[in-house]
Design a protein around this ligand. Structure first.
Ligand code: IMP
Ligand code: MG
Length: 180
């Protein structure tokens, strides 16, 4: 375990098992469709790539960069698109994927923006859901894990850009983000 990690919340094996389940569920729910997965970079990349391989349907992949966090451990509530979609989503079934839903502001803002492009449907997928921190009534359609209000790192989740490549989801030691 990394020395900055207080405890492992979700092991690599548990992530893989849950990703497989989510993929099977999505494959059933979207049977006969060809969804477009839109992953929010950078955090969702690890999860979205694995999830896409667990979905047994023709699927296209696109990416966006949105940011609300900067390098701080708390949300600014400001969501900006720094890199937009590369393909038209008009009439498509969009699966918007992020690493974690926290305040809900990112998903609320991005789904709002994507709706103006007239997709046929939009659903959201989050690896982790920090439900008690929600600042709106946003409900995520597919959730990997309901997680406690702790700062998490690994499997895409970062603190100031670090720890994304840890294969598990870990709880960061408060002394680490206290230093910033
Ligand atoms: P929301 O807009 O508050 O729902 O925030 C979602 C974004 O906050 C995610 O894409 C993450 O980048 C970031 N975030 C929230 N909680 C954590 C955490 O515990 N670890 C790492 N990133 C987090
Ligand atoms: Mg993020």
């Amino acid at each position: 375990m990394h020395e900055d990690v207080k405890a492992i919340l979700v092991t690599e094996e548990a992530i893989a098992a849950r990703v497989k389940e989510l993929g099977e569920q999505i494959s059933k729910d979207y049977a006969g469709k060809e969804p477009v997965m839109v992953a929010l970079l950078k955090g969702a990349a690890w999860f979205a790539v694995d999830l896409s391989r667990a979905i047994d349907l023709p699927l296209r992949m696109d990416f966006m960069v949105a940011s609300s966090y900067g390098n701080s451990a708390t949300t600014s509530g400001n969501v900006k698109v720094k890199l937009d979609l590369s393909e038209n989503i008009r009439g498509k079934d969009v699966l918007l994927v992020d690493d974690i839903i926290d305040s809900g502001l990112t998903f609320a803002a991005i789904t709002q923006m994507l709706k103006t492009q007239k997709p046929s449907s939009i659903r959201t997928v989050a690896l982790c859901d920090k439900g008690e921190r929600r600042q709106n009534d946003f409900k995520c359609d597919y959730v990997g894990f309901s997680v406690p209000d702790e700062f998490l790192v690994g499997y895409g989740l970062d603190y100031a850009g670090d720890y994304r490549n840890l294969p598990y989801i870990g709880i960061l030691k408060p002394s680490v983000y206290g230093r910033a």
